[in-house]
Design a protein around this ligand. Structure first.
Ligand SMILES: Nc1ncnc2c1ncn2[C@@H]1O[C@H](COP(=O)(O)OP(=O)(O)OP(=O)(O)O)[C@@H](O)[C@H]1O
Length: 599
């Protein structure tokens, strides 16, 4: 029997937290952001964390989701199981999802494609048909069916928010955290969004969100309100009990006044500083409302029966796919992105060919003319610099531009970072090779370099490796500094490497002390490799044109000796560039992982 998809969670979780604190070290000392708050969020309820700006709402949410670990203390339990929170791990982390304030969605994919991708990354044990059924069900429930073929970049603010929720709903998480899901929405979209969250909660989920300043209607839709001020909890109870709670403490909410607005005025100290007084009163449990009855319709109950048959021994509703399957899905995503964003592939390929032709015209016959040997040396260097610059700059911007999406998807267990990184490399490396080949082929033949296949492939290999090493360096830079500084440092590093490349100052003119620094330049290895490929390996003498009286470099050996590249180091250069390339890509992976963890 095929498993039927469902939107009803198979497990229910109540979250209890006690004495949560969060401190951050600043220049002025330690800043206490969350000051020992406690509470209980139960399944079936829509809970809202409220408070003035800077009250600590997002910080608390980050702690409860496990997004923020360092600097925190306290106990978080679920379902009263009593297991203590270990550093960096929450008992329910795998069962929850966190929808961040910014809707980080890849712009070029449609709603349906994103949904299918999410289901392929999260669910292993459903057929394609069942996934389609599930997706339709979610899109219908969230009112996204009309936008199923719209690209994410064209969605409205409300649709983007709903898609962010829809994507996480695919694997049916019993706990959902949402940071300011209504920010940027008009009142009607806000109402729709909160109604949707309430319905999801009524299905048995624990839904916790933060919100800034809701209208009276929206405020009354929340089951449980957790009000914060100055890092403390100043109320925890039903939205409907707010006025009674405040009046029990001597604060009279004027008639026809929005209780949420009035409460925010009180905690904003418009009537004096009562934060500690309120925080003490907030420990009283009596303001909590009754836990709502979970809605399980007939059809849903039938589906749930099926799930129980299949999942009685399983922790999660669905089995997650293997990393290999996820890798294939990510490869498909990269491929589609490449296909749709013509600036990544077609434009770059065209420009490499164009620049190749341009240089080929300028350096015509430079490879087979003894009087143009120095020009040819310049062409080799220009080629390396060109390939390096065009590889390093896009690479610096690559991860910063995708970091938010990556952080969100990784945190919500879509895939491992290593899977994403390998899928990225599988596209990036061949692409760099194609671009370098386009450039190399045009300049090589148009500038009349020797028509010997082994020399051509040796030059090509060097140019590819320099491009790959440069892009690896760019990736590394992009993961250690911000993009603006990354492009600046990248440009400076390349300028220094050009000086050390062996063209502007010949190796023979360097002292042994300064020569030592050339080891740090891709260009010194690249130029030496290219010179060996073009002029080494017993190349015969170069022809001197009839209209020239004298050609100094008819002998390739003399040229290699003058530029200090007589040793046959070609394969050593190749190996060194390969090592640099691998080491920098590995380093970029480590720094990327560190950057994600530091979030
Ligand atoms: N890592 C940190 N280091 C230093 N200060 C921090 C850190 N994280 C948060 N803060 C500070 O703690 C306070 C609470 O921040 P938080 O983002 O949790 O507030 P918030 O209630 O969500 O505010 P808003 O509604 O404006 O988003 C703010 O003053 C903020 O500047």
């Amino acid at each position: 029997m095929e498993k039927r998809p469902s939107l009803v969670p198979t497990k229910r979780f109540d979250i209890l937290f006690d004495n949560i604190t969060f401190e951050s070290k600043t220049r002025k000392g330690v800043k206490q952001i969350i000051k020992g708050v406690s509470g209980k969020f139960v399944s079936g309820e829509l809970t809202v964390i409220m408070g003035p700006s800077g009250a600590g709402k997002t910080s608390l949410l980050n702690i409860l989701t496990g997004y923020q670990v360092s600097g925190t203390s306290g106990t978080i339990k679920c379902n009263g199981s009593g297991s203590k929170r270990k550093k960096g791990s929450l008992q329910y982390k795998k069962e929850s999802c966190y929808i961040l304030q910014d809707d980080n969605l890849p712009p070029l994919f449609t709603v349906y494609e994103m949904m299918m991708m999410a289901s392929n990354l999260k669910i292993a044990d459903l057929s394609k048909k069942s996934k389609e059924y599930l997706i339709e069900e979610i899109l219908n429930n969230l009112g996204l069916s009309v936008a199923r073929n719209t690209k994410c970049q064209n969605l409205s603010g409300g649709q983007r928010k709903r898609l962010s929720v829809a994507l996480e709903l695919v694997d049916n998480p019993p706990i959902m955290f949402l940071d300011e899901p209504t920010t940027g929405l008009d009142s009607s979209s806000t109402s729709q969004c909160v109604q949707m969250l309430k319905e999801l909660a009524r299905g048995g989920r624990t839904i916790i969100c933060t919100i800034h300043q809701p209208s009276a209607t929206i405020y009354s839709m929340f089951d449980h309100v957790y009000m914060m001020a100055q890092g403390k909890c100043v109320y925890q109870g039903a939205a409907t009990n707010t006025v009674a709670y405040l009046s029990s403490l001597g604060f009279c909410c004027p008639q026809y006044h929005n209780p949420a607005d009035y409460f925010l005025e009180v905690v904003n100290q418009e009537y004096g500083d009562y934060t500690d007084y309120l925080a003490k009163a907030a420990n009283d449990e009596k303001w909590r409302g009754n836990v709502p009855i979970i809605k399980v319709g007939k059809e849903i109950a039938d589906i749930q029966k099926d799930i129980e048959v299949y999942d009685s021994n399983s922790d999660k509703s669905y089995k997650t796919p293997s990393e290999w399957t996820k890798f294939k899905v990510l490869l498909g995503r990269q491929g589609t992105q490449l296909h749709r964003d013509w600036t990544i592939s077609q434009l770059k390929l065209f420009l490499h060919l164009l620049v190749g032709v341009f240089l080929g015209v300028f350096f015509q016959n430079a490879g087979d003319d003894a009087s143009k040997v120095i020009n040819n040396l310049g062409l080799c260097m220009i080629g390396l610099v060109y390939l390096s610059y065009t590889s390093i700059m896009p690479a610096v911007l690559k991860f910063p531009s995708e970091l938010a999406i990556l952080r969100k998807e990784k945190f919500n267990h879509w895939y491992k970072l290593s899977t994403y990184y390998i899928a990225f490399l599988v596209y990036d490396i061949p692409l760099q090779m194609i671009f370098s080949t386009a450039y190399c082929t045009t300049t090589y033949f148009m500038s009349a370099q020797p028509y010997e296949s082994f020399r051509f492939f040796m030059v090509l290999l060097i140019q590819i490796l320099v491009a790959l090493a440069s892009s690896a360096f760019g990736l590394f830079l992009g993961t250690v500094v911000n993009p603006v500084n990354g492009t600046f440092f990248g440009a400076i590093a390349l300028a220094v490497m050009i000086v050390l490349g062996g063209f502007l100052i010949l190796f023979t003119h360097m002292s042994s002390y300064t020569y030592f620094f050339t080891y740090a330049s891709f260009f010194s290895w690249g130029l030496e490799g290219m010179m060996q490929a073009l002029y080494g390996y017993n190349r015969p003498e170069l022809p001197c044109p009839d209209d020239e009286d004298y050609c100094h470099y008819t002998s390739p050996k003399v040229l290699l000796s003058d530029v200090g590249m007589t040793k046959q180091n070609y394969w050593f250069d190749v190996i060194w560039l390969l090592v640099v390339c691998c080491a920098l890509r590995l380093l970029a992976f480590c720094t990327l992982r560190r950057q994600l963890k530091a979030a």
